[in-house]
Structure formats: structure tokens, C-alpha cells
Ligand binder design. Structure first.
Ligand SMILES: [Zn+2]
Length: 683
């Protein structure tokens, strides 16, 4: 990045004259963020002041339209900043993040507590029936009004001041939580000798050698605590002692004593969320949080989780018995433990279905799987993807694509950022640099998918595991939701939907990844170029329910802990004891560990969006299982009529319609959970 020249205007706050008005990454320097935020916040305050000072009585245009268009520079600066703190965090960026997060919260709280502004919104809402609004406008007005109420606008006196204090303190704590976790994941190095790598595949070894080189370790190989490298080692290494050491370090992320210990932060976060909910008139934080979702109230989400939990426990016990038998047959004189599960599950998968991850990976070349995801988008939604190496990117590993429709019209810019690197958060996600909107002039979106695949050695292509292929399709489903968006109002655009609906477009897209129609075309072997044999495809299909008990229990344990921590009228002092208490109540098997233990459960503690909301994945899974069945019933996974309805009511629709109604419009009826049980093989 360039050094700052005081004579040149800060590129973060100018109009971008780059191709497609993309962020001018190469001109942006870290020290420009603070002044850019200063200016952008000032501009947003002026925009708000102009609305409240408007001499005319409130109209939809002078109040709601104006609110939607306010803070343009803030969106621009924030779009760049929040993406970079996720993908290329540095100590300097983290320092800015620690300062700017509470400041932004103060800023937005001041807006939601602005009495003159709320009075205008409330006035419009009170006479909404007389305003002749279309469906999107009516929903926007309702959501805007309710969002003010949910962020304290109707509070008076001391409650008002306390709300603002809580909001700011929560942001600070959540930022600290996230930074501690990143430190634990990247600072820790599990160093290994050549002799420690028995059973480990060549590409995992190559990545570990690369990490050792980059981090200058004493031993020739090293792993960080990022999920992709840990899971690979746990599935492949025949060294039980090393699996145990690595697993212990992995599940201790965020609870190592010292300055990165997240446990004291969690106690404060839960207490403050609970207090906030009570202030706003809800019995618990879960009641507050679920009100605007598809589930609408905690009982509905809990009922779905309960419906799955007992069948999942039954299944995981069968799976455990089978794995223990493998241990015994191999002469292992021990009881299967959590750090053994992945290793023996892979062995059993290989023997039962003749499915060997290393053999499979040979067919899953990253480049071909990206092409497969694009191909499905072309067949379903008539999109085209053209790589554009001339466009600005924020890191040399990132590639840019221009997305057009069948008539060559511009749809979006898509960035793919696929490889793990120091400074990148673990996991995989979709985000945007700019959302879609039409109000005040149409803008098409700039979307990014971020993954943490292992970077290949220079002499071989990047190969993915089956799980990674699914992840790639999942995030690309989110990306399509952002890219196809076709709404008027920016706050209704793309993925700005309730969390228990937002995983539907991503999870339903996973269904196309492993279909024979797709694999035959794109799963070609990296050495021979041969397409995946039909027999292997059949074995993948046959094994689709394998380990479902484990995956469901691992997920649901986290979802239930999240839910029970937030669905109570008080809050725990000791998070370790509270987590253990929930696990005991639900009879969590001793041979398993939840997918995300509380001290590193970033979904729910690094921010609020998935708090009391981790169940959303399961809720959306009901929709994706039932939704994809519509294509199967039509007899064609690319059935044009079904794809058209999916596009119209889901992928282009953002949040312009209530998600229950949107789903029913696509499917012709409400979702049916039977498809979910079938998908998991629980019937
Ligand atoms: Zn997702």
C-alpha cells in the first residue's frame, strides 16, 4: 500500500473513477482510515441533521428515502475497512478497529436515539395506510420504525442513557473477543518433524512446510489453529499422541489464561445483552433477538432443535460403536476419544464406501470447482463470469471476475479470495464492498467470497476436500444472493434478511455441488485429466449420510448452548460451568466436543448477528432440503421454471418481502421438515 501524501486527497472518501468504481486498493494506506472515518462520520451527521431540519412535514421521500441515502462515504470507507480487518488484519488495523468500533456504535446509537428523527419516522408509520406505498416501501417503513424501537428510540430518561452505554460497551467487548481469538489461532504454532507426519497427505505436508518457512520455525513443519489445517491433520495423522495435543490446543482457543482469555468477556457480554433486552421490554435476550426472524419466538426455534436432537443422539451412538469396533479390530487398546473421531471416521468411510479422501481430493481441483459453481449459476440464472486481471485487488492472491447476464449486461463484480494466510480470520464468508440499490441511481454490487483453503505448493494445483467443495458452493450461494439482488432500497438489498432465512440461498446452492451432472463435467483428476468415474460418484452418493450423527450433534450442541445462554432471565458468572451445565442437561455424549466452544464461538460473541441465532443454519436447512426437492420433483436439477421462481422470490428479492411469504411464493406452500429428516438420513 502507498505512503500517505498530505497533498493528495484521501482516496477513501473521493468518488472512485476506477473501472466499475471499485475501491482503488493500491492507493489506500492504513493511516488514511482514521481521517476518512472522521470525514465520513461528519458527512453522515450532516445528512441526518438535514432530515430533521427539513421545513416540510415528513414524507416518505424527505425522511425514509433520505435516511436510506444518508452516509454514503461511511458505507464506502466501512466497506473497505471491515473487509480488510477480516482478510489482512495487522496490528495497525486492529488498533484502528478498537477505536472505531465503539465510536461507530456511539454514532449509530445517537441516530436511533435522535428524538426529532424518530418523531418523523413514527409520524409516517402512524399514517402508513394513507401513504399509498408499494410492497417494498411498506415493508421498509415498518422495518425502519421497528429498528428504531429495537435500538432504544422509545426509552426515556435513565433507561435511554443506560441503553447507549450498554451498546457501546458491548461493541468494545465483542471486538476484544474477536481479536483475542485471531491471536490464539495465528500465534500458536504446532511444530512438527518429518517423522511426526505419518499418514498425512502430501498437500497438507506442503502447506505445513510453507507455514514453517513463513514463520521461521525451528522444526521443518508447522500448523496453526485454523480449522482447515487442524481438521486435515486430525483426519489423517496416525499419531494418536499428536492428534490429542493438537486437538487440546484447538478446543482451548480463547480460554488460555492470560491476555487473550475470552471467558471474562463472555460473562460481561451475556449480562449486558440480558440487561439490554430487559430495558427494551423483553423477558430474555432470545425473545428480543428472535422477534424479527422467521422463527419469530424462541419456542419455535427450540422445537426444531428438539425435533432433531434425539434422532441425532441415537445416530451418533451407532456411529461411535462402529468406530470403536474399528479401533478394536486394529488392535487399539483404548476407548475412542474426541481426538480420534475424525481419523477413524475417515478409515471407516474408506473401508465401508471405498471412499478415500486423498483419492477424492485428486478430482477436486480448486479451479475446476470454481468453474463448476459458475456453471450452475449460468444454467440456473443465466450468468457469465469473466476473469479480469486488470481490475484492482486488495491482495495478490485475490482474483476479480466481471459478472454479466446472457445479454452481456453488467451484473456485479465478484472477488474470490481462496487461500489461508496470516492475518486472515479462520472460516469462510461472503461480504461486499458495495451493495446493490436503485434509489438515487442504480448501483451494481461488488461481492467477495473469502475462504481458508491451503495454498498449494508451486508445482501442483490446489486440491479441495469434499467439505471444502461444499463450503465453496455455500459461500458462492451467498455471493449470488448479493450479486443478483434487484431491489430499490439499499437496506433491503442482497443478504440483508433475517439470519434464519439468509442461509437458505447459500445452503440450497450446496445441493448442486455433488450432483453427477456437475461432477462428470468438472471433477477431473489433476494428474490424468480423467473425469471422476461413475463408480466413485455412486460411492459419494451412497456415503452421503455417513457421519451425519456426528455432524448434527456437533452443530446442535453449539446451537443449544448458544440458545440456552441467551434464553434465560439472568446471566451466568462462570461460562465454563454454564456451558458444562447445558451439555449435561442435553446429555451430550462424553466422546464428543461441541463444534464451537463458547470461548471461541465467534458467531455469537464476536458480534450480535448470530447471538441466540446459531440455530439459523438448521432453520435454513429445513428450507434448503425442502426447496431443492422442488427441482427433484420437477425431474431436472436445472429446471427452468423452478429456477425462475427461486431467482424471483429468493435470490433477487433481498428483504423486500417477509421471508415466510417469499418462501411460500417460491415453493407454493410453507416448508415441510420431512425433507430435512430425509436429507440427514434420520428416517
Ligand atoms: Zn452461510
Amino acid at each position: 500500500m502507498a505512503a500517505q501524501n498530505p497533498l493528495v486527497q484521501n482516496p477513501l472518501v473521493t468518488e472512485w473513477d476506477t473501472p466499475f468504481a471499485l475501491p482503488p486498493f493500491t492507493q489506500i494506506a492504513t493511516d488514511q482510515f482514521r481521517p476518512a472515518f472522521d470525514e465520513a462520520l461528519r458527512e453522515h451527521e450532516q445528512d441526518i441533521a438535514a432530515i430533521t431540519a427539513h421545513p416540510d412535514a415528513p414524507t416518505f421521500a424527505n425522511t425514509i428515502d433520505a435516511l436510506e441515502l444518508a452516509g454514503r462515504k461511511l458505507n464506502q470507507v466501512g466497506g473497505v475497512f471491515w473487509n480488510l480487518t477480516g482478510t489482512d488484519s495487522t496490528e495497525d488495523l486492529r488498533a484502528i478497529e478498537r477505536d472505531i468500533s465503539p465510536r461507530l456504535t456511539r454514532h449509530y446509537t445517537a441516530i436511533s436515539l435522535n428524538p426529532a428523527l424518530f418523531a418523523r419516522v413514527a409520524d409516517l408509520y402512524g399514517r402508513r395506510e394513507t401513504l399509498a406505498l408499494d410492497e417494498e416501501q411498506a415493508r421498509l417503513l415498518e422495518l425502519t420504525y421497528k429498528s428504531f424501537v429495537r435500538t432504544g428510540a422509545t426509552l426515556q430518561g435513565a433507561g435511554r442513557a443506560r441503553y447507549a452505554e450498554i451498546a457501546e460497551r458491548l461493541t468494545t467487548l465483542e471486538t476484544e473477543f474477536s481479536q483475542n481469538l485471531l491471536a490464539d489461532e495465528t500465534d500458536f504454532l504446532f511444530e512438527l518433524e518429518e517423522s511426526d507426519l505419518a499418514g498425512v497427505a502430501e498437500d497438507v505436508k506442503a502447506a505445513a512446510a510453507q507455514t514453517a518457512k513463513e514463520r521461521n520455525t525451528a522444526k521443518p513443519y508447522a500448523l496453526t489453529l485454523q480449522r482447515s489445517s487442524v481438521e486435515a491433520f486430525l483426519s489423517q495423522s496416525s499419531r494418536r499422541d499428536l492428534r490429542e495435543d493438537l486437538f487440546k490446543a484447538w478446543i482451548a482457543r480463547g480460554e488460555n489464561p492470560g491476555k487473550t482469555d475470552n471467558r471474562p468477556l463472555i460473562a460481561q457480554i451475556l449480562a449486558l445483552r440480558q440487561e439490554k433486552a430487559r430495558l427494551l421490554g423483553y423477558p430474555t435476550y432470545a425473545d428480543y433477538k428472535l422477534e424479527p426472524t422467521m422463527a419469530h419466538e424462541p419456542g419455535a426455534a427450540a422445537a426444531l432443535m428438539d425435533q432433531l436432537w434425539i434422532p441425532a443422539l441415537r445416530r451418533v451412538e451407532e456411529e461411535r460403536a462402529a468406530l470403536q469396533q474399528s479401533v478394536d479390530e486394529a488392535g487399539g487398546n483404548f476407548t475412542l476419544a474426541a481426538h480420534d473421531w475424525r481419523y477413524y471416521a475417515e478409515k471407516l468411510r474408506a473401508s465401508r464406501y471405498a471412499l478415500d479422501q486423498a483419492e477424492l481430493a485428486g478430482y477436486f481441483q480448486l479451479e475446476n470447482m470454481i468453474a463448476a459453481a459458475f456453471y450452475c449459476a449460468e444454467k440456473l440464472f443465466d450468468l457469465r463470469f469473466q476473469r479480469r486481471d486488470d481490475l484492482p485487488v486488495y491482495h495478490p492472491d485475490v482474483r476479480a471476475y466481471e459478472v454479466t447476464d446472457g445479454q452481456g449486461r453488467h451484473v456485479a463484480i465478484f472477488y474470490g479470495d481462496y487461500f489461508a494466510r496470516a492475518g486472515k480470520r479462520s472460516g469462510a464468508w461472503m461480504s461486499n464492498f458495495r451493495g446493490q440499490k436503485k434509489l438515487g441511481g442504480e448501483e451494481r454490487p461488488v461481492i467477495v467470497n473469502v475462504m481458508n483453503f491451503s495454498k498449494p505448493a508451486p508445482d501442483r494445483p490446489s486440491l479441495l476436500t469434499l467439505t471444502e467443495v461444499i463450503t465453496l458452493f455455500h459461500e458462492f450461494g451467498h455471493a449470488l444472493h448479493g450479486m443478483l439482488s434487484d431491489v430499490v432500497y439499499p437496506s433491503m438489498s442482497g443478504t440483508s434478511t433475517p439470519t434464519d432465512f439468509v442461509e437458505f440461498p447459500s445452503q440450497v446452492y450446496e445441493h448442486w455441488a455433488l450432483r453427477p451432472e456437475v461432477l462428470q463435467k468438472f471433477a477431473t483428476h489433476f494428474e490424468t485429466g480423467a473425469p471422476m468415474p461413475q463408480a466413485l460418484i455412486d460411492r459419494i452418493v451412497a456415503a452421503r449420510h455417513f457421519n451425519q450423527g456426528f455432524q448434527t450433534v456437533e452443530f446442535l450442541a453449539s446451537a443449544l448452548v448458544d440458545f440456552k445462554l441467551h434464553w434465560r432471565p439472568d446471566s451466568p458468572e462462570d461460562i465454563g460451568a454454564a456451558e458444562a451445565g447445558v451439555l449435561q442437561d442435553i446429555a451430550m455424549p462424553a466422546f464428543m466436543v461441541m463444534r464451537h466452544r463458547s470461548p471461541h464461538f465467534a458467531h455469537i460473541f464476536a458480534g450480535e448477528s448470530y447471538a441466540a441465532g446459531y440455530y439459523s443454519y438448521l432453520w435454513s436447512e429445513t428450507l434448503d432440503a425442502d426447496g431443492f426437492a422442488a427441482f427433484e420433483e420437477a425431474g431436472d436439477i436445472f429446471d427452468p421454471a423452478t429456477a425462475k421462481r427461486l431467482r424471483e422470490h429468493v435470490y433477487t428479492a433481498g428483504n423486500r418481502r417477509d421471508p415466510n411469504a417469499a418462501y411460500a411464493a417460491f415453493r407454493g406452500r410453507a416448508p415441510d421438515t420431512a425433507a430435512l429428516l430425509r436429507k440427514k438420513g434420520f428416517v
